[in-house]
Write a protein of this length. Structure first.
Lengths: 304, 244, 104
């Protein structure tokens, strides 16, 4: 077990800019469409809402472990990291650039509730354009890696984008899903989903649950060093594969997941099914212990 | 409209065998002498993992289906009528976002395998349900009466804390947030809104498919949005980031 | 939202190399962008704030900041979501320190 190093800054607490600074090689980050251009959202202005000079996402090139990467970091504390016209276009542009520059990977630090409601239509269209550009980058052989560990998690259209990436890296603090618990509670009632029950929310959408289901390939501690060293590892091995054989395998796995988990109410049932020794303790486990136990007790999917 | 009449109007009464099974649409048809596959959702379907897998399986089957030598892959016409993603804690546990991601990949595989992909919005196209497949096609057309949106204005007023009356006024000045197929057309999000003054849609469908062939490869929507004046920044900013 | 521009006289030249951004536009917070300008001897500050009716407070905070720092030939742009004067002063100082540091 590794001894914890001192002064490991929290990824969760860090701003988008601080996350990039903490993950890439020192001094290597070059920002595209930087805040000095003041490319703010005219739609937020129309609705009398505060603006951000980078419209809530930082994009640029950098080196990681001395290899070239393109990186985007959403600022979860600005409008919930939500995607509007400018924000979405910056991410799309980055993915298009990847096809030409062929970096070792595109890294998306996702921290977003999805579409920015103030720009609803622009946001929805922007996310579908991000999806197209992501698929183009993957078709060109560029790995796209998603990192989820911020306060907004990855929800809505960004939850879909995240799962379209080759590899997802999460911390326990991260959440990855589609609809927010508050929305489900509002529409379907507290009996369907009690959004105030944080433990339940994390057992349903949190990093440990997603790692157990294999939707996240890595679960790391909430500090920049841990994310950085994991990303450096992945850079060497990630390869996108959207070919027919891979998609047929995914189809089978996703089908099997539905039947395997038909009676599972939340993560507790899943950890019990996987054979974890004390399933109710899983949320309290530190990352290293969890990862060791998961390796020893993988979730088996039933096949039809 | 939610009866099989749309297939008569799209293909002609004897030129389709499309079955509607609950919320799932599947079948074959022909248009302008070409065979097409028809896959889609029906009756404001709430897109859950089961329906998503049905759609994905149908797309994969199209890609895999053997063809006579020399015959081009058939176009896939997606019928989109969805009230959005299913809202369910169990679906969240399963990871519905991942099921949508899988469907998106399948649609893209079909495109890369040579199938033209065309979405016809019939009824509603809402949010995540629309993102998962409808919005990924080469060309997207709204049938008369189609409703396209993220969220209705009243809900948006609640969430953004902007008064509903103010949103209504602003909606008349900007296509950016209010529901409506016309708004999506102006923003380049959808390619066509079909007129409601004709019974025979075959020429419109044939033209839409021909337009896919005639269009440059790649996602033209940001440029469409700029040309139509509804989205003035998306194309320019993406280009600046991509090339700058 | 309220927008206004405040102009400060400052004969001490700001030594600003690259544009600098400090802070995040979340509730109670602000972002401060500092850039070089062509107008020596003055510093223009463009404020975009969700807290309406506090121009005189901004005037005071900025005047105080101007007294203690070399701002000549700098322009500042601010997006504010209701930060207190103390947070505004802090963010201005942080941006200023960043603008003078070797590595950016």
């Amino acid at each position: 077990m590794n001894a914890k190093r001192l002064n490991q800054a929290s990824y969760y607490e860090a701003s988008a800019r601080a996350r990039i600074a903490g993950l890439v090689d020192a001094g290597s980050f070059d920002e595209f469409c930087p805040p000095a251009l003041q490319q703010t959202s005219p739609h937020l202005a129309l609705l009398d809402a505060p603006l951000a000079f980078d419209d809530g996402v930082v994009v640029g090139s950098a080196r990681m472990d001395n290899r070239p990467i393109l990186i985007a970091a959403q600022e979860g504390r600005f409008n919930g990291g939500s995607v509007g016209e400018v924000h979405g276009a910056k991410i799309r542009g980055l993915l298009i650039r990847a096809v030409r520059e062929k970096p070792a990977a595109v890294i998306l630090l996702v921290d977003s509730g999805g579409v920015r409601l103030h720009e609803a239509n622009a946001g929805l269209i922007a996310i579908s354009e991000i999806m197209r550009a992501l698929l183009d980058a993957q078709a060109a052989g560029i790995p796209v890696i998603a990192v989820v560990g911020g306060s907004c998690g990855a929800f809505g259209g960004m939850g879909i984008v995240t799962r379209m990436c080759d590899v997802v890296v999460m911390s326990e603090e991260g959440r990855l899903s589609l609809s927010g618990p508050e929305v489900i509670e509002t529409v379907k009632g507290v009996g369907e989903f009690d959004a105030k029950d944080k433990a339940l929310v994390w057992r349903t959408t949190g990093g440990k649950l997603r790692r157990t289901l294999g939707e996240a390939a890595y679960l790391v501690d909430d500090n920049l060093d841990a994310f950085r060293s994991t990303l450096a590892e992945i850079l060497g091995i990630a390869r996108p594969d959207n070919a027919l054989a891979a998609l047929k395998a995914d189809q089978a796995a996703l089908t099997a997941r539905r039947s395997t988990l038909a009676d599972s109410a939340d993560g507790l049932d899943i950890w019990r099914r996987a054979g974890f020794p004390a399933p109710e303790q899983v949320p309290m486990l530190d990352t290293d212990t969890f990862n060791i136990l998961l390796a020893a007790h993988p979730l088996e999917l039933a096949h039809e | 409209m939610s009866d099989g009449l749309i297939f008569d109007r799209l293909f002609g009464p004897s030129a389709h065998q499309v079955a509607i099974r609950g919320h799932f649409v599947r079948g074959q048809a022909s248009i302008a002498g070409r065979r097409v596959e028809v896959i889609g959702t029906w009756d404001a379907a709430a897109l859950d993992s089961a329906l998503t897998l049905e759609l994905a399986a149908a797309v994969l089957a199209c890609v895999e289906a053997p063809r006579p030598p020399g015959e081009a892959p058939p176009p896939i016409v997606f019928i989109a009528d969805t009230e959005g993603q299913a809202l369910s804690r169990h679906e969240e546990l399963l990871g519905l976002n991942g099921y949508f991601a899988h469907l998106a990949r399948c649609v893209d595989l079909a495109r890369r395998s040579g199938h033209q992909t065309l979405t016809l919005v019939n009824g509603q196209a809402v949010s995540g349900g629309f993102l998962a497949f409808g919005l990924l096609a080469d060309r997207i057309c709204a049938l008369p009466g189609a409703q396209v949106r993220v969220m209705d204005l009243r809900a948006m007023a609640r969430v953004t804390k902007i008064p509903f009356e103010r949103l209504e006024v602003l909606a008349s000045e900007s296509p950016v947030f209010a529901p409506g197929a016309e708004n999506y057309w102006r923003m380049g999000g959808i390619h066509e809104v079909w007129p409601d003054d004709r019974a025979d849609w075959r020429p419109l469908l044939a033209e839409a498919l021909a337009a896919i062939d005639a269009s440059p490869a790649g996602d033209q929507r940001p440029q469409l949005g700029a040309n139509r004046g509804g989205r003035l920044l998306a194309a320019r900013i993406a280009e600046r980031v991509a090339l700058g | 939202m309220e927008h206004f521009q405040i102009t400060l006289s400052n004969s001490a030249r700001a030594d600003i190399r690259q544009p600098v951004l400090c802070g995040v536009v979340s509730s109670g917070n602000l972002e401060v962008l500092m850039m070089q300008s062509d107008s020596g001897g003055i510093c223009t500050v463009d404020v975009n704030t969700s807290a309406v009716g506090f121009r005189d407070v901004w005037q005071a905070v900025l005047a105080d900041f101007n007294e203690r720092h070399a701002l000549g030939g700098m322009k500042i742009a601010i997006n504010d979501a209701g930060a207190t004067p103390a947070v505004v002063s802090l963010r201005l100082r942080q941006a200023y320190e960043s603008s003078r540091s070797e590595t950016q």
